[in-house]
Design a protein around this ligand. Structure first.
Ligand SMILES: Nc1nc2c(ncn2[C@@H]2O[C@H](COP(=O)(O)OP(=O)(O)OP(=O)(O)O)[C@@H](O)[C@H]2O)c(=O)[nH]1
Ligand SMILES: [Mg+2]
Length: 449
């Protein structure tokens, strides 16, 4: 595909030693050459670097290095020129202005990656993984992003698509070429076990995706409890910093306090909340409402109780408010004794103030959310919410195909649902056109000879 030539600064704004400006499109080399004093760029080979200066006909703007990547061996699969200039926004902006004046246009957000996709250099999952790589904050996140960039999700989806295609192709051949007796006559009896097998596979991928998603996006963890029980102290101890104000006055925390914690490669998105109680204070009441909303949106609740007191009505309310959520009960202030009366749920005893028992809490969180086997394996983890949503659609369509087959519906009715499953899979990678399906389909058979 031929597109116009686009330009953007690829490094972040602000002060730095170097900036990188990327130009992509069939005119990129010629455009840069017009504002470059140095070797003639039009004559340079691909994957070479040239030294020289960018000028505006009157002044030298900067001393630069120019890297040339000729199509298709470039990030976008088009001719790409990268200008390494000096840092600071002024120089980069001047160079970009010159590039625009000479025939390129400012790229939109993500447009280089979009071109890589449109030029079939990357599939959608690989394109999406680039953002995940940039955002990665630990090794596990990076591992997932790398696997996706390597094409692991693509391969997984393609293999599922092929299994469906085989059935669909066979059905089509049965219908269109009844005289072609080399092709297996597909019946509902054959479709049922094949579809069941696919559903089992997708279920497994979806189960593993939960871990993938947690590694990618973190666990939204809300610390709740009655006032003064030590919620903010727990936040601070977990973070190893004095993030939240701690006092012995009930109602110290009024607003939500958010922080991120890396727990051995698993991100906890921690939220400290206002202690819940009945109050006339308007600010505190708003805080308490926010706490309730945070509870409803949480992946995990850390419900803090006070070991030094017996269970109060407020504790009981909180126990019932959070009963349908994944939660961990924490008995804080264990240094002050254990008066907490029986709860028939496991309570982890800690002292937030004295940093005791925090390891036990960490391992409980991991036990609840992380399948250790998955963390250490190289298994492809589907982790992107969009991919998971599409896989749910695939599962639904396959279940409909299975039901139709079991109800002994005509085979072309079953095929409709199978095609739907195939298309939803294709939407994950961006390869879902019916034309592709048809040409794939017939390439599997040596028909028309
Ligand atoms: N003895 C003891 N005191 C603690 C412990 N953890 C917290 N405290 C004390 O309990 C008091 C309240 O602590 P906070 O962390 O502010 O409690 P909170 O739950 O955030 O309170 P609100 O924000 O008012 O809802 C402070 O005086 C802390 O020093 C502990 O493990 N042992
Ligand atoms: Mg607090």
């Amino acid at each position: 595909m031929i597109f116009d030539t686009i330009v953007a600064k690829t490094t972040a704004n602000g002060m730095s030693a170097i900036n990188l400006i990327r130009v992509s499109g069939s005119d990129s080399v010629a455009i840069v050459n017009q504002i470059f004093k140095g070797p003639n760029l039009n004559k340079q080979k691909s994957h070479t670097i040239s030294y020289g200066h960018i000028h505006n006909n009157e002044e030298i703007i900067d001393e630069v290095l120019i890297s040339i990547f000729k199509a298709p061996k470039s990030f976008t699969a088009e001719d790409v020129v990268e200008i390494s200039c000096h840092g600071g926004n002024f120089i980069a902006n001047e160079i970009i202005k010159l590039l625009i004046a000479n025939g390129s246009r400012l790229a939109e957000n993500g447009e280089f990656t979009k071109r890589a996709y449109l030029n079939k250099r990357l599939d959608l999952t690989e394109a999406e993984s680039i953002m995940d790589m940039v955002n990665a904050k630990n090794m596990n996140q990076l591992k997932i992003a790398n696997a996706q960039l390597r094409g692991d999700v693509y391969n997984l989806v393609e293999s599922l698509q092929n299994q469906i295609l085989e059935i669909v192709a066979n059905i089509e051949v049965n219908i269109d070429y009844p005289e072609y007796d080399d092709a297996l006559e597909i019946t509902n009896e054959i479709i049922i076990p094949k579809t069941e097998e696919l559903i089992v596979k997708i279920d497994k991928i979806l189960r593993e995706a939960q871990t993938g998603q947690i590694i990618r996006d973190g666990i939204k963890t809300v610390i709740v409890g009655k006032p003064n029980v030590g919620k903010s102290s727990l936040l601070n101890t977990l973070l190893k910093e004095d993030k939240a104000i701690v006092t012995d006055v009930s109602g110290t925390t009024r607003d939500l306090i958010e922080a991120e914690l890396n727990l051995d490669g698993v991100i906890l998105k921690l939220i400290d909340t206002a202690g819940i109680r009945v109050t006339d204070d308007i600010v505190e009441r708003i805080g308490i409402n926010k706490t309730k909303k945070a509870i409803s949106e949480a992946d995990l609740i850390l419900l803090v109780l006070d070991q030094s007191e017996i269970l109060t009505d407020m504790d009981k309310d909180l126990l019932s408010l959070t009963k349908d959520k994944p939660r961990i009960l924490i008995g804080n202030k264990m240094d002050l004794g254990s008066k907490l009366n029986v709860i028939d749920e496991h309570v982890i005893n800690i002292s937030a103030k004295n940093n005791v028992g925090i390891d036990r809490l960490s391992s409980e969180v991991k036990k609840l959310f992380i399948d250790e086997k998955l963390l250490t394996s190289d298994y492809t983890l589907v982790s992107n919410t969009r991919h998971i949503g599409k896989l749910e659609e695939v599962k639904l369509a396959l279940n409909q195909a299975l039901k139709a087959a079991k109800d002994e519906m005509p085979i072309d009715m079953v095929e409709i649902d199978l095609r739907k499953a195939w298309t939803s899979l294709g939407e994950i990678t961006g390869e879902f056109s019916v034309d592709d399906l048809i040409s794939n389909l017939f390439s599997k058979f040596c028909l028309g000879k």
